[in-house]
Design a protein around this ligand. Structure first.
Ligand code: FES
Length: 349
């Protein structure tokens, strides 16, 4: 079940001309519910002009606080990001789903050296991960390459500089600017040569335990492919697509026929009929079944369910691993049925 709670906004802080940091107070009785692992995100539900919107935003704060901070960049004129940047203020309330997500750094107390690449608002989960890496073990080192158009548009710039001063012998940050050649920065976009520069030149000899990448798709695959040429194995590379929550238009090709769909949610069973060419989540929501979802674009992982009967195909998937797919997991917002009957279980995930 979609599990939303009302949280109040304790601060809205301007980060750049087009981005704000929103801090939400967590009341004592919800501390456990909103406990999170660095890298996770929350989903916010908001009705704007008669339409219910759900948007996922990564948490930038440290899990040690009794509040949660997210970064919201304005990416639309009428959606939630516009509302957050122009109307939201201290004392307002928001409907929020507890933290989720698999792009995480689990503090273990063990020394770890981390190399991270972030672009634009992709810095948000990396902020939380960075704080945890540095606080977790006094020997751990963190190297961060952070790409933006200019310093003016660099989210969390002040906080990052502060963090760098606090951990000057263990936190190394490279600001990469694509439209301005400015002091103490690299010029251009994050690409293969950037990865090579860090590994072959700036931090040659430093052995990294894990790699975190967050930003647009082309940057992620570029960095990932280049890391592979440095013999970095896939299990050490963690990445999260950071797009603008757009609805996917890669709808399945027109398929004729109907599928008898059975849905298990919160121990209840629902039966409905759906077009084979439609997406499972759309069909479920149309019947007012309160299934969990957020981005509806195959970017988060809120809508996962397990197929226990029949088959479904995913239009897009950058989240589930091959073994998870073999176990029957699907992103219901990206899946359409390919068999006359299909049974999906939201509880068995
Ligand atoms: S709702 Fe985000 S992946 Fe399906």
């Amino acid at each position: 079940m979609s599990n939303f709670h009302t949280l109040s906004v304790s601060e809205v802080k301007q980060l750049t001309p087009n981005a704000v940091a929103i801090t939400l107070s967590i009341p004592k009785e919800l501390i456990q519910t909103f406990a999170f692992i660095p890298g996770q995100y929350i989903t916010i539900k908001k009705e704007i002009k008669g339409t219910e919107l759900r948007r996922a935003y990564s948490i930038s704060s440290s899990p040690k606080k009794d509040s949660i901070t997210i970064g919201v960049k304005k990416v639309d004129r009428v959606g939630f990001s516009d509302f957050a940047n122009t109307k939201l203020s201290k004392g307002d309330t928001l409907e929020v789903m507890p933290p989720e997500g698999r792009f995480v750094f689990k503090p273990s107390g063990i020394t770890k050296n981390i190399l991270a690449f972030a672009a634009g608002s992709g810095i948000t989960p990396i902020m939380s991960i960075a704080r945890s890496v540095l606080e977790d073990n006094p020997q751990s080192k963190l190297v961060l390459v952070y790409g933006n158009k200019s310093y003016k548009e660099t989210m969390f710039y002040t906080e990052l500089v502060k963090l760098q001063l606090e951990y000057s012998n263990r936190f190394f940050i490279y600001f990469m600017l694509s439209t301005a050649q400015e002091e103490d920065s690299l010029f251009g976009r994050i690409e293969s040569s950037t990865v090579n520069y860090i590994l072959n030149n700036k931090h040659k000899g430093l052995v990294f335990d894990d790699y975190y990448i967050c930003g647009p798709e082309n940057m992620i695959y570029n960095v990932k492919d280049t890391l592979a040429t440095h013999d970095v194995t896939e299990d050490k590379i963690h990445f999260e697509l950071f797009t603008t929550n757009e609805i996917s238009d890669d709808l399945p090709e027109k398929q004729d026929g109907q599928t008898a769909l059975t849905v298990i949610l919160d121990d209840e069973e629902f039966s409905l009929s759906m077009d084979k060419g439609s997406l499972v989540l759309d069909a479920v929501l149309k019947e007012n079944i309160d299934a969990p979802y957020s981005c509806q674009g195959g970017v988060c992982s809120t809508c996962i369910a397990r197929v226990t009967e029949g088959k479904a195909e995913m239009v897009k998937n950058q989240i589930l691993t091959d073994s998870e797919i073999e176990e029957g997991f699907i992103l219901t917002c990206q899946s359409h049925p390919t068999t006359p009957t299909l049974k999906v279980d939201y509880d068995d995930v």
